[in-house]
Design a protein around this ligand. Structure first.
Ligand code: K7E
Ligand code: RUQ
Ligand code: CUA
Length: 630
């Protein structure tokens, strides 16, 4: 809070009333009744003011490199972004569920093959990027991301930073929470089906009988990117995380009522966390104890209440984020409508599954943090950091002190509350979801920026704030405007990520295109050739700065033309592009890559194509003509 103390009094006052106004509007929106701030909260805030602020430097001078890669979801822009941390400089965008004009993602044949059965979809809503792990540590191999809008999961290859697999998950609607198995390695990606639907959802079964609606937990094989199995649950599912033992996954449920209106969804006082027992689920699959639905062959286990595969732990109503502490001891379920979070002891789950204890016996703390706790992150010193959506704050608290307080000891578990601007959803600490949590940085992803940036019309940027957590006191060090809507991010030390400098010529990303060339008798690394196959024309050309291997080719009006470009440049960073003017055709061709795009030659006459990635002093001259005979 030292930064606020330094503010002139008037500014601070103004700030206070502004905050109150925002908090009130957020409350009205959520239809929640405010609980007054407790005395503990005020006491801890005062105490925090005396503490030491951290001393991380957020300055990365020109020419210097960042210490961390940040992988950001792009929300309903459908992409993933790479930021350098702590500079917060945006380094790259990885198109995933969206269509991208620059790279041709969604337009090229290679990207359409990866998008598969959803190649016709142009939009997505990405929320949760998470990197594959080995023994609870980032292994730099993949980043996985969900698409809530079209119930998909995609995988990004971190050697080339491109999406390489995409799956539409059957039997569910709206894939929301997504995480990876942490231990022994990411064999599975886990994700939640959020919206309840009838099983089967074929329009023949009753749509009015809500008691037939179900949500499924999804377990996806991380290598094949196929659904290994699904688990049917009671209630819906929101967010999820995995333990550090390779045994349990846990998900929050905010609609145990299975209501279809807002009022119905928040009617009961308690919802729950579902815990999934992985060894038991795998054994049940092996034993064939599953059913299939909707005419597909994905095995669905019955994990509803009473099943030996799952446990239901009641928590205050409408929990949201679910976060595992990096020491592997706790699942933390964030209250959202309750000012508390529920701390579940993972060590007690064996006893729960053996029916030795009751579900609520696994709760070891229920600290009251403030209004609207959504997500919790951790450092390596036993502290947790919870976003308070309604209060627009980060609450820093001690997990062990919260446990003591739950056991009746008089301790103050709140270490500090820091104002953020405004209404934070996710937060994330540097490597904080892994064993390598290092307690250096915290990112708060604020949903509203309000007055923090120059106004840009009714639609405003969001505000991703960088907070130094290395000292006793959190210190806000950077405001970062972002476009709709990074829900979540991860912060990965740069030593974990080893991207390629050039493409490998035998990369599977374009192997099918090269196989097509071979079948046409074309060596893409040497030949510039037009192959006609009825009304289909395949144009193979090379590119090397500053020219295409072909300065003209001839087709007939109405031909379906596939242009295949192979970039022979071996120089780092010399990417070419291919754009056919007036045809809605453009794509990236990075060094040593092959890329292809198909279109109809529906305009007669001279049609120029050009290189649209600046590559050379003679980049403007890097063009050629498609001659279309009427
Ligand atoms: Cu909290 Cu989709 Cu992770 Cu948004 S969810 S905030
Ligand atoms: S030209 S350096 Cu299109 Cu103005 Cu680019
Ligand atoms: Cu090649 Cu610009």
């Amino acid at each position: 809070m030292s930064d606020r103390k330094k503010l002139p009094e008037q500014k601070q006052l103004k700030d206070e009333s502004r905050r109150k106004f925002f908090a009130k509007s957020a409350l009205l929106g959520a239809g929640v009744v405010a609980a007054p701030m407790s005395a503990t909260m005020f006491a801890s805030m005062a105490k925090a003011q005396a503490a030491e602020a951290g001393s991380n430097s957020a300055t990365v001078h020109p020419g210097e490199l960042d210490e961390y890669y940040g992988f950001w979801s792009g929300g309903h822009s459908g992409e993933v972004r790479i930021l350098g941390i702590p500079s917060m400089r945006e380094l790259m965008r990885i198109p995933v569920f969206n269509t991208d004009s620059a790279t041709g993602w969604g337009l090229t044949n290679e990207s359409k093959r990866i998008k598969g059965d959803s190649a016709h979809l142009q939009c997505g809503d990405s929320h949760h990027p998470h990197m594959s792990m080995t023994d609870g540590r980032y292994d730099g191999k993949y980043v996985f991301i969900n698409d809530k809008a079209n119930s998909r999961v995609a995988r990004i290859r971190c050697d080339v930073m491109k999406t390489d697999k995409m799956l539409t998950v059957p039997n569910v609607q709206a894939i929301h929470g997504l995480r990876v198995q942490k231990v022994p390695y990411t064999k599975y990606v886990i994700c939640n089906g959020e919206f309840e639907i009838p099983m089967n959802n074929d329009g023949k079964a009753s749509m009015d009988d809500i008691s037939t609606y179900r949500s499924l937990f999804n377990v996806i094989n991380a290598e094949t990117m196929e659904v290994a199995f699904q688990v049917m649950v009671d209630g819906n599912l929101d967010n999820t995380d995995a333990d550090f033992d390779g045994k349990y996954f846990a998900s929050t449920c905010y609609n145990s009522e299975m209501g279809v209106t807002l009022g119905d969804m928040i009617s009961s006082e308690r919802d729950h966390v579902v815990v999934f027992n992985l060894p038991r689920c795998e054994a049940a699959i092996k034993a064939g104890k599953f059913k299939t639905y909707n005419g597909n062959n994905v095995p669905v286990l019955d994990g509803r209440k009473g099943s030996a595969l799952t446990a239901y732990i009641p928590v205050p109503k409408s929990p949201h984020g679910l976060n595992t502490s990096p020491n592997g001891d706790y699942f933390v379920a964030n209250g959202k409508l309750s000012p508390t979070v529920s701390v579940i002891s993972i060590k007690k789950l064996d006893d729960l599954f053996d029916n030795k204890i009751k579900p609520r016996d696994t709760i070891v703390a229920e600290p009251e943090l403030g209004l609207g706790p959504l997500h919790t992150a951790f450092d390596n010193r036993g502290n947790a950091y919870t976003t308070l959506f309604i209060d627009s704050q980060i609450a820093k608290w001690s997990v062990e002190d919260a446990i003591k307080a739950y056991n009746g000891e008089k301790v103050n578990y709140i270490r500090q509350k820091l104002d953020v601007h405004y209404q934070p959803g996710h937060n994330h600490t540097s490597q904080g979801e892994t064993r390598d949590a290092d307690g250096k940085w915290l990112i708060a992803l604020c949903k509203f920026s309000k007055d923090r940036f120059l106004p840009v019309g009714p639609l405003r940027a969001e505000n991703d704030q960088l907070i130094d957590i290395s000292g006793d006191e959190m210190k806000l060090v950077h405001d970062g405007p972002t476009f709709a809507e990074p829900h979540d991010c991860i912060i990965v030390h740069r030593s974990k990520v080893k991207p390629n400098k050039l493409w490998e010529r035998n990369d599977p990303f374009f192997a099918e295109t090269i196989a097509m060339a071979k079948a046409d008798g074309v060596n893409v690394y040497a030949d510039n050739k037009v192959v006609r196959d009825g009304k289909k024309v395949r144009v193979y050309m090379t590119s090397i700065a500053p020219s295409f291997g072909m300065t003209e080719f001839r087709v007939k009006l109405g031909d379906e033309v596939t242009v295949v470009i192979t970039n022979l440049d071996q120089v780092e960073d010399v990417t070419h592009g291919f754009c056919m003017t007036n045809h809605g055709v453009q794509m990236e061709v990075a060094p040593q890559a092959t890329a292809s795009i198909t279109f109809i030659a529906d305009k007669p006459g001279v049609q120029w194509y050009y290189c649209n990635w600046f590559c050379h002093a003679l980049h403007m001259e890097m063009r050629g003509r498609m001659l279309v005979e009427a």
